[in-house]
Write a protein that binds this ligand. Structure first.
Ligand SMILES: *Cc1c(COP(=O)(O)O)cnc(C)c1O
Length: 418
């Protein structure tokens, strides 16, 4: 064996594609060992919100590293976690009174599912069925895959994935069908519905309207089915508001947050729950406790980074920056939309997406690798989902970098079928 021993995620090493060595980053730029400046057009896979190495977040990490690195969180606590819990309580919907820490989006989702099932079990009314939306993505662990879209990604593991109730995506003109299906599915007393509010990320940057989200929430409430919002990607301003749920004026029973929770600097996740879900586990009976932990639950350094992120949200005009970025992209997207090969130009907040017509919408579409090669040559970090090209930059990106991104996408639209 020669070269690196690293087995990279979602990477087919057999294709021999180059794997750039990144030495440092700043704002919306990554710098490589071979001297290139790469524009991070997808926020390093949707995590970086305010920009790389945000000075306030870096300072908080450095300061915390001088005090307390890692301690057990079962039965112990620390100031960064307590501060973060208070901060989240103040910033997130008031109904979400309880905060459970974990370390990735996938685990925050697993925790949400276990909370939902625990709620029903502890009430002596066991329910296990989970309702999901077609094309969803909730992570890559077995439970998270079970509630996500089935396909080439998880075919090898299919026999292990648990059965769920899948509702059709509320595509334009078919919203009511989806709502009717949900209503019918709720009558069979499922445990919960889990959704990505307004924007399905890995499923292809698919957008559905806020009124549908509001209706879905109302139907669940009417039938006593728990409503879980996976805002791992949509949270922290991505869709134009702090939470996507705000746009539908709804509050979930359980909320998953990760990615932008630390501004994208270090891994951390929380699952927030309403009081009844916590209360269902509250007892003098140890058998009813919430049986979940990971080693690094509420790591103090990660919590300090998250506290700095919350301070940025409280003290800086983040929503104005986001609105500005949305507007700066809107005009550029409009130009792209007029190209003959462009289908389905769409935007929600800071996220824009198009499809490039090539007669297929397969993730393994041959257009995908050719697009990636073109973007690589242009020193852009863009990672198309099949023939869907999307832009999701850090909020601090400069106009000149946006121009380069949109010019490269326009060029990619000329590639055509092969
Ligand atoms: C990224 C993502 C996850 C998984 O998060 P990880 O930190 O990669 O485990 C879950 N849900 C949604 C909506 C995501 O976009």
């Amino acid at each position: 064996m020669s070269g690196s021993a690293i087995w990279h995620p979602f990477t087919q090493h057999g294709l021999g594609e180059p794997i750039p060595l990144v030495t440092h980053n700043e704002g919306a730029a990554l710098y490589t060992a071979d001297g290139r400046r790469i524009i991070d057009a997808i926020s390093s896979w949707w995590v970086t919100t305010h920009g790389h190495r945000n000075p306030r977040i870096m300072a908080a990490i450095a300061e915390q590293a001088g005090k307390l690195d890692q301690i057990i969180f079962a039965g112990w606590t620390h100031e960064p976690a307590e501060t973060l819990a208070q901060g989240l309580r103040a910033m997130m919907p008031a109904e979400l009174t309880r905060i459970f820490f974990s370390d990735s989006g996938s685990t925050s989702v697993e925790v949400a599912l276990k909370m939902a099932l625990g709620f029903w079990a502890n009430r002596g009314e066991p329910r296990h069925r989970i309702l999901v939306m077609e094309h969803s993505y909730h992570g890559d662990t077995i439970g998270a895959m079970s509630i996500g879209a089935r396909g080439v990604f998880n075919q090898a593991y299919a026999p292990l994935l648990f059965d769920v109730g899948t509702l059709p995506f509320p595509a334009s003109g078919r919203e009511q069908d989806m709502l009717d299906d949900l209503e019918a599915a709720c009558r069979a007393r499922p445990a919960a519905l889990i959704v990505e509010p307004l924007l399905l990320g890995a499923g292809g940057m698919l957008i559905y309207p806020a009124w549908v989200l509001a209706e879905m929430r109302a139907i669940c409430a009417r039938h006593g089915v728990l409503f879980i919002a996976d805002e791992v990607m949509t949270g922290w301003g991505r869709t134009g508001t702090l939470l996507a749920c705000e746009q539908a004026d709804i509050v979930p029973d359980i909320l998953c947050l990760s990615k932008g929770l630390t501004g994208g600097a270090v891994p951390l996740a929380v699952t927030m729950a309403t009081e009844p879900i916590y209360a269902a586990h509250l007892s003098t009976d140890r058998a009813r406790m919430f049986f979940h932990s990971s080693s690094y639950t509420a790591n103090p350094i990660a919590c300090a980074a998250a506290n700095a992120n919350l301070a940025i949200w409280r003290e800086e005009p983040v929503l104005e920056r986001i609105a500005g970025l949305a507007a700066r992209q809107r005009s550029r997207l409009a130009k792209l939309a007029s190209l003959p090969a462009v289908r389905n130009a769409r935007q929600l907040g800071t996220v824009t997406a198009i499809e490039i017509a090539d007669g297929t919408s397969d993730y393994l579409s041959t257009l995908g690798p050719r697009l990636s090669a073109l973007f690589r040559d242009k020193d852009l970090l863009l990672r198309p989902l099949g023939n869907t090209v999307y832009v999701m930059p850090p909020y601090c990106i400069e106009d000149s970098d946006l121009d380069l991104i949109y010019a490269a996408i326009a060029e990619a639209c000329e590639l055509g079928p092969r």
